[in-house]
Design a protein around this ligand. Structure first.
Ligand code: PLP
Length: 285
């Protein structure tokens, strides 16, 4: 049985309950993180907690006094320490009435909820065994605060579902100017003539931890150039390689976008080097 953490207590998932007045439930007023843990070792732990803290600060939610590492390590151990994703969620908490303005932080405490889920075995840099994605492409219809990892994910959910309904793995998103920003639940990279490109950080995309790790690891351990520059959807379709990244997937080669083959329609050579370096160095962060 899955053990979860809720507001200071570890308990079986079936026994975890929250108030229907919780602002996370009513407004999606909260933020979350997904942190991978393989055999009890976290990937990018510090960066995930830093992003959590910056989201809380931006939303003016008081940071709960919790030793995140101790709590999450204990949760992983209580769930068997296998290949797990950790979902960590902090909402503004349960108020007495439904009123849009932020609650008084001296009266309302944040709700903290964490659980684990099976994440699959660690991705490997093997073109024969890796997942390979087929993606659609559509204009981003979400809000302009995509840098906040908000639990209010309906815009993302609707884009993701568009892909699922069409039998696709992900939807790559572009803005009104046709620039590729990210995907509904991942960041996007493309490779052109040996150079790796990904959109620069702004309010149109999430500052993905995997994205940051890929950039840092390639800069430190390879001579592969990475440019944080916008590229448009026609450049993406003409790319030699396209990748999407996220904590639970690491780096996944995309072999088709909007019905068009990318490169040779196979995981590329630079993807293979990048995923190998990622696997070798991800625990350093
Ligand atoms: N972009 C969006 C919209 C996401 O939802 C996610 C992950 O959930 C990402 C990018 C990738 O972020 P990370 O690498 O931190 O998992």
């Amino acid at each position: 049985m899955s053990i979860v953490y809720l507001n200071g207590t570890f308990l079986p998932m079936q026994q975890a309950t929250i108030s229907p007045m919780d602002r996370g439930f009513l407004f999606g007023d909260g933020i979350y993180e997904v942190i991978p843990s393989y055999g009890g070792k976290f990937v990018g732990f510090k960066a995930h907690i830093e992003r959590l803290k910056s989201g809380l600060a931006e939303l003016m939610i008081r940071e709960p006094e919790i030793d995140w590492y101790a709590m999450l390590s204990s949760l992983v151990a209580q769930n068997g320490s296998g290949d797990l994703g950790l979902y960590l969620h902090v909402s503004r908490g349960a108020d007495e009435r439904r009123f849009h303005a932020y609650s008084d932080p001296t009266k309302v405490s944040p709700t903290v909820y964490a659980f684990t889920f099976q994440i699959g075995s660690e991705p490997i840099a093997d073109p024969a065994k890796t997942k390979r994605y087929r993606c659609g492409m559509t204009e981003d219809k979400r809000w302009r605060r995509c840098h906040i990892k908000s639990t209010a994910l309906l815009g993302n959910v609707m884009h993701f579902q568009e892909g699922q309904s069409a039998g696709l793995d992900e939807m790559i998103l572009y803005n009104a100017q046709g620039q590729v920003t990210e995907a509904s639940a991942c960041n996007v990279f493309m490779v052109k003539q040996g150079v790796v490109y990904t959109a620069p950080l702004d309010d149109q995309l999430l500052p993905g931890i995997t994205r940051a790790l890929v950039i840092n690891i390639l800069a430190k351990y390879s001579d592969i150039e990475v440019r944080e520059e916008f590229f448009d959807k026609s450049e993406l379709l003409a790319a030699d390689e396209v990748w999407i990244t996220s904590s639970s997937k690491e780096i996944v080669p995309v072999i088709e976008v909007a019905g068009q083959k990318i490169g040779h329609g196979e995981p590329g050579a630079i993807w293979c080097r990048a995923q190998k370096l990622f696997s070798d160095h991800k625990y350093e962060y």
